[in-house]
Design a protein around this ligand. Structure first.
Ligand code: NDP
Ligand code: GDR
Length: 378
């Protein structure tokens, strides 16, 4: 039985990857940070009582900023594959916590590679490094592929640039099987609530149900190549099953503005939104309601009004330096890995919006029963 160690197992990708590897028959070990509240909501369905014999899913307390702890866990687990997904992964937050982000997202990668080298596991353990389309930053050429030059635009991207190159360097210097997946944005119903897609789908569902009146956004013109996390974790695994370690771009090849993602999310609920105004004064307004769709989803139309402003701009959500346009060329992954995504943008939006609508309906029941629900929207 193959053993995998996933750092960042409590995050979006970690959860999907753990589920994927367990289905493939792997024993899955995960690195989990200590926190004052449980932080395992995304992987609770995979949990197995560690007191039972032959448990295939185990968690270890650890942190990418603590090398002694990483060495101990890797020594204990002796993994065939390490997926290094742990990171302070929010680009805007990296401007607020640049030093920590560099430590976890940059030097953290070195700590993993060094641990494997020091433990004499270079010929046994294959390593996947979670690299990112943020490396392309300021647009040099589109679509972006494995040969497009990097120009990072945030402390997050600069830290990930170090992670990218130290992975390449250890591969070349020590003959390690280590590779970078340069993944473009990928989302899902368990995407962190402060990333733009989830912020939108969650707010659209709450606005439809009358629990919130509008949504504050940053740069509506940014363009992203959005895929589904379920498709992307399969690509991570495929990268570690090849005869040679190579770096791959993973993307859908379709780019969309934040503004259009908002339109699609509301449209999934039967609400037509149009935008007017410019920059800070831009706003999104309800221009039509699809009565049949609203009825089908049990949404009370009386809570929605034509002309209601549902999107406003707050510059505090803009970044000091922005990445305006990402669109990936995943030809190499298609040709060598045989990787083809199953979800397109419409399927992704539908999956996320429907999941959030269900959550909001649950919240509505709780509120009617006098219970408090999560009410935080940054
Ligand atoms: P999430 O933010 O959902 O998950 C990040 C994970 O890393 C969480 O498990 C988090 O733990 C953990 N983590 C954060 N800091 C540390 C640390 N110092 N030590 C140990 N664990 C830590 O990210 P995603 O799942 O979306 O992304 C996975 C990886 O892929 C990240 O490295 C990200 O930068 C990268 N990436 C993501 C893309 C995307 O579109 N999703 C695209 C390209 C790259 P906790 O739950 O305790 O916070
Ligand atoms: P990104 O994702 O920075 O691409 O990084 P995010 O969803 O945060 O932003 C995408 C784009 O939307 C614009 N935007 C807003 N973003 C947020 N979060 N909140 C807003 O209110 C808002 N309004 C507009 C942003 O300016 C940006 O242009 C994600 C992360 O998962 C990284 O870890 C990963 O490496 C990259 O994707 C690929």
């Amino acid at each position: 039985m193959k053993k995998a160690l996933i750092t960042g197992i409590t995050g979006q990708d970690g959860a999907y990857l753990a589920e994927f590897l367990l289905k493939k028959g792997y024993a899955v070990h995960g690195l989990k940070r200590r926190s004052s509240l449980f932080n395992t909501a995304r992987i609770d369905h995979l949990y197995a009582d560690p007191h039972e014999p032959d448990v295939k899913f185990r968690l270890h307390y650890g942190d990418l900023t603590d090398s002694t702890n990483l060495i101990r866990i890797i020594q204990e687990v002796q993994p065939d594959e390490i997926y290094n997904l742990a990171a302070q992964s929010h680009v805007k937050v990296s401007f607020d916590t640049p030093e920590y982000t560099a430590n976890a997202d940059g030097i953290g990668v070195l700590r993993i590679l060094e641990a494997v080298r020091l433990l004499g596991l270079t010929q046994k353990t294959r390593i996947y490094q979670a690299s990112t389309s943020e490396l392309y930053g300021m647009v040099q050429a589109v679509p972006q592929s494995e040969t497009t030059p990097f120009y990072p635009r945030s402390p997050y991207a600069v830290a990930k640039l170090y992670g990218y190159w130290i992975t390449v360097n250890y591969r070349e210097a020590y003959d390690m099987y280590a590779c970078n997946g340069v993944l473009f944005n990928h989302e899902s119903p368990v995407r962190g609530e402060t990333f733009v897609t989830r912020k939108i789908t969650r707010a659209a569902a709450r606005i439809a149900m009358g629990l919130q009146s509008h949504l504050y956004m940053g740069n509506l013109s940014a363009q992203r190549d959005w895929g589904h996390a379920k498709d992307y974790v399969e690509a991570m695994w495929l990268m570690l099953q090849q005869p040679q370690p190579l770096d791959f771009v993973i993307a859908t090849g379709v780019t969309t503005t934040v503004r259009d993602f908002i339109r699609l999310a509301f449209a999934e609920l039967g609400i037509d939104v149009e935008f007017s105004g410019r920059n800070e004064n831009e706003k999104g307004v309800i221009i039509d309601l699809d009565e049949d769709r609203l009825a089908e989803l049990n949404i009370d139309q009386a809570k929605l009004k034509f002309g209601q402003t549902v999107v406003k701009v707050d510059p505090k959500y803009c970044r000091p330096t922005e990445v305006e346009l990402l669109i990936g060329d995943a030809t190499k992954a298609r040709e060598i890995l045989g990787w083809i995504p199953k979800y397109d943008l419409n399927a992704l939006v539908a999956d996320m919006v429907q999941a959030d609508l269900l959550e909001v309906k649950k919240d509505e029941h709780l509120q009617k029963g006098g219970f408090k629900t999560l009410n935080y929207f940054e």
